[in-house]
Design a protein around this ligand. Sequence first.
Ligand SMILES: Cc1cc2nc3c(=O)[nH]c(=O)nc-3n(C[C@H](O)[C@H](O)[C@H](O)COP(=O)(O)OP(=O)(O)OC[C@H]3O[C@@H](n4cnc5c(N)ncnc54)[C@H](O)[C@@H]3O)c2cc1C
Length: 619
Amino acid sequence: MAKVKTHYEDCDVLVVGGGMAGTGATFEARHWGRDLKIVCVEKANIDRSGAVAQGLYAINCYMGMQWDENQPEDHVRYARNDLMGLVREDLGYDMARHVDSAVHMFDEWGLPMMKDEKTGRYLREGKWQIMIHGESYKPIVAEAAKKSADKIYNRIMITHLLMDESKENRVGGAVGFNMRTGDYHVFRSKTIIVAAGGASHIFKPRAVGEGMGRTWYAPWSNGSAYALPIAVGAKMTQMENRIVLTRFKDGYGPVGAYFLHLKTYTQNANGENYEKKWYNQTKEIVGEYIDHHPVPTCLRNHAFIEETKAGSGPIYMVTKEAFQDPHLETVGWENFLGMTIGQAVVWASQNIDPKYTNPELTTSEPYVMGSHATCSGAWVSGPEDLSPPEYFWGYNRMLTVDGLFGAGDTVGGSAHKFSSGSFTEGRLAAKAAVKYIEDQKAENIKVTDKQCEDFKETIYKPLENYTVGRNEITGGTVSPSYILPIQGLQRLQKIMDEYVGGVGVNYMTNENLLKRGLELLDCLQEDLENVGAKDYHQLMRAWELKHRALTSQCVTEHTLFRKETRWPGYYYRGDHLKLDDENWHVLTVSRRDPKTGKFTMEKAPVYHIIGEEKKKVAS
Ligand SMILES: Cc1cc2nc3c(=O)[nH]c(=O)nc-3n(C[C@H](O)[C@H](O)[C@H](O)COP(=O)(O)OP(=O)(O)OC[C@H]3O[C@@H](n4cnc5c(N)ncnc54)[C@H](O)[C@@H]3O)c2cc1C
């Protein structure tokens, strides 16, 4: 390790991940902390990083309060309904009441927003979405972050959080490495805001072999947002609530604009509207939730999955009618060109012109995230003025580790934030982090050289494993002494797929499968001590894998704990095939003991603070 150069940086606010939430946090930290040292560290390059790297065609969360289009209460009801009753309403309300101001800043900063010619308002695509020409979305928010930060570090992957050695359960910084130079970076910081996106590629993807890597969710989102806090003992919530998306087949192009703007619809191979066929069967599982409007996302997936299992697939999106209108045809294509060019390429390669051929849809492999139609992530404090005592411990968006904050996909319990809501949540977290520093909560943090040196040893071990073991190989890539990151990844994906409810088993699992899955994940963890990396890029892959594996353990523990099928269409507990409001109208909360590696689980109450009197539903 002597050869590796070490860089030290001392700062006040360290933002890990410069995606939507991270850029929002960096920007806002400067507003409140004029004299503070603010640093943002990004694994890629913040100009084109995260889930919005390619751009977006719509901002999916905008209230339009200035025109009374929606109020924050409406958004909470919407998210609660979509998540089958289980959200942190304090967090959702807090995000919703601030999100419009973030969108107005995007407009001021030059993001091309579409306007309704008649009203002059932002052009709506649906109740919550507004349309943008969004190819430049990410560079625009990145510019705001760059102007606000003391320093932006690109190409550095954060692998571990540092802990204060003078006060228990307080964070002290983070460490990582530059995957171009290989240098080791130590950031000693008073506060950390983790904004490192969600987790793709923990379940086996549908696209394997020649299409490997193709997923709906950003392939570079590797669960650091979860693994970093889990490793230091922060509590997590709703990690079982993985998301499955219905999307255009093979390219995973978005369907929202097609439904909402082009008014396209789906049908089975026989040209039938299949969703209503499954109404009674779905009602058996979830009761009156199927009568809610709009129908929760998972339940629409459920009808799709059942129809396909019953042999009436493929399921098609009927585009042939809408595409006869030249304007709608243009909109249909532009929808991909601004955010998922790959879908247009897939259609070209498969001889699909949606004007003449209805394209197929598919349901994706599951992903873990906290900002879309799902709410996995960290258990955080809510805002002072809204949160009941169980949801409040001093600083908005602070995790259960002091000085450690989260935003965007990192934060659990608050779904439907999307790009604008994640940016907004970054702002909220940064404001609270600055207050934490001003309140003198981050004084006398002690991070010894030994702690930093120990992590250095750990981080570069995969390079060591490879260097020592490579001569034992007689051919190919199979070594008696190490596994390569890709081999470990495929093993992880197979375990998650077969035991935890992936596409290979139609999203089905049960207690016995989950217990066996946990045993196999334990074996994988042992073998990950022996992962080998031949260069810095593979070293990144090795750490991505380790973060994915830890995230997967947490997902599996949560899935085992919740003994019901709350979200059919996302996953099924075959041994508890019904939604059970009496026992499970609760949030699940886990904590992994950093010393033993063991998880403990508990239930936390769901408070419905919007729409009815504040009352405790269950605990
Ligand atoms: C396919 C897709 C389509 C979407 N469509 C829309 C849409 O149309 N409209 C809309 O409003 N929203 C949309 N969203 C949602 C939106 O993109 C997310 O809500 C938002 O990007 C989440 O913000 P985030 O900051 O949590 O994560 P991200 O924006 O993904 O940022 C995470 C960042 O962390 C970095 N990172 C990860 N690990 C590390 C590490 N260990 N060290 C350092 N850096 C790290 C990543 O490189 C990345 O830059 C879509 C999302 C996806 C995946």
